[in-house]
Write a protein that binds this ligand. Structure first.
Ligand code: ATP
Ligand code: MG
Length: 415
């Protein structure tokens, strides 16, 4: 029989990686909560129409990347390719505006896109993101960006560059789109098929093309900055001044447009210069989407947000060892279990304590403790059990403690 394998483009997250994921998620949750963002969990599938109306009928996502199926009642459903549309749907459906604006929300979870799998690109991937709904362009954009940077820095990432651009308001964007279309018309024969289609359907998106030869050609494209009206210019200048004041370093990338339909004003991406990610080096991306809520049937409401890819981020954070932890070496597995249970409880389940169910040979247990990366071994043979005194040895440094009372033991191990 053929071996069963995880579907192409999906992966199992195993022990060491899962620790990185937990660290990313817990750090994110702490940072967002401290900034007054509430978690929102929305369904993994939605009606297909939600994405065709939000992400855009002619976007790459809707055109060729969606996992769409009909259920047993003939409804067309789609595994969510991104979460902003779902969150806006939930915001409208539950009239969250009645709870006061802005609504500051964050989410995490799997997304699904039928893409060609490669390093940093999967068919099921995971995002963490934030959305601030109901605040005009201005300071909130800066806070949203700053939260992304804080999270990446807290996780120990260096080598990051924030790229930022503006798409201006609708009028500026329209004027620019026309100019860009004229330019694209003149290079039609030299660009990829996707870009030929983009020329007709959504010229801006050509600038987001991943083909290097096309990118070369687009160096000659007009710049959005020559088409900004006064309002757009003022908002853009304020954004840059705010970044300076907050001491956030940035680079302006006039060709940064983002792949989705709904953006306006400020758009940004944080890229890593680490070799780890190859071409897939954008870790976090987002921008302002003032038209989306209206497009989905809500009141006109400005909003801004970003999403980051957990897989890409996890491959960049420095290897984390097991944090602390104790392995009980004993010739009586039940006695070891009883002590493990008590130690975990007295450390509020914050100390990792393990033991050997088979009470195998002393050396074998010690080897296992070292191999699994525990900081401490506790020797719990009949002598120690009778005396009520504990002996522990640090497996990384040459430190030992003998004759410890239970209280002292708990104190020393407390993480
Ligand atoms: P890319 O330009 O790399 O295709 P995108 O513009 O399609 O990215 P977004 O929709 O903005 O990506 O998603 C935000 C982040 O989610 C990306 O910066 C990336 O970190 C991650 N991401 C997007 N698609 C994938 C994927 N197929 N596999 C893994 N991570 C992904
Ligand atoms: Mg993409």
């Amino acid at each position: 029989m053929a071996k069963l394998k995880a579907p192409r483009g999906t992966q199992d997250i195993l022990a060491q990686d899962a620790r990185h994921w937990q660290l990313i998620e817990s750090t994110a949750s702490k940072i967002f909560q401290a900034a007054g963002f509430n978690e929102i969990r929305s369904p993994i599938f939605e009606s297909t129409e939600l994405f065709s109306r939000s992400v855009g009928e002619d976007s790459d996502i809707v055109n060729k990347e969606m996992y769409t199926f009909t259920d047993r009642s003939d409804r067309s459903l789609t595994l969510r390719p991104e979460a902003t549309a779902s969150i806006v749907r939930a915001y409208i459906e539950h009239a969250l505006d009645r709870q006061g604006l802005p609504q500051k929300l964050w989410y995490r979870g799997p997304m699904f896109r039928y893409e060609r799998p490669q390093t940093g690109r999967y068919r099921q991937f995971h995002q963490i993101g934030i959305e601030a709904i109901g605040a005009e362009a201005g300071q909130i954009d800066l806070e949203v960006i700053q939260l992304g940077i804080t999270l990446l820095e807290q996780l120990g990432l260096g080598d990051l560059i924030l790229y930022i651009n503006t798409l201006g308001n609708q009028a500026s964007r329209q004027a620019y789109t026309q100019a860009l279309k004229d330019f694209l018309g003149s290079v039609q024969e030299d660009v990829c098929e996707d870009c030929q289609r983009r020329y007709e359907q959504n010229p801006l998106r050509a600038l987001d093309c991943k083909v290097p030869a096309d990118q070369e050609i687009y160096q000659g494209a007009p710049s959005i900055h020559d088409y900004l009206d006064d309002e757009s210019k003022e908002i853009w200048q304020q954004t840059l001044a705010g970044l300076e004041k907050l001491e956030i370093k940035y680079k302006i990338d006039p060709k940064l447009v983002r792949g989705l339909d709904y953006y306006s004003h400020c758009v940004f991406e944080i890229k890593s210069t680490s070799k780890e990610l190859g071409a897939q080096n954008t870790v976090l991306a987002g921008g302002r989407y003032d038209k989306l809520i209206e497009d989905l049937g809500g009141k006109t409401t400005p909003a801004v947000g970003w999403a980051l890819g957990i897989e890409r981020l996890a491959s960049l954070i420095p290897a984390a060892g097991l944090d602390g932890g104790l392995f009980i070496i004993s010739d009586d597995a039940l006695a070891a279990q009883l002590l493990a249970c008590k130690l975990r409880q007295d450390n509020k389940q914050e100390l990792q304590v393990d033991f050997d169910y088979n009470a195998s040979k002393f050396n074998k247990q010690l080897e296992r403790a070292v191999k699994r990366g525990y900081d401490w071994a506790l020797f719990y043979m009949s002598d120690e059990r009778e005396s009520g005194k504990y002996k522990i040895k640090n497996l990384r440094k040459s430190v030992e403690h003998e004759d410890l009372s239970y209280q002292d033991l708990v104190k020393i191990l407390s993480p």
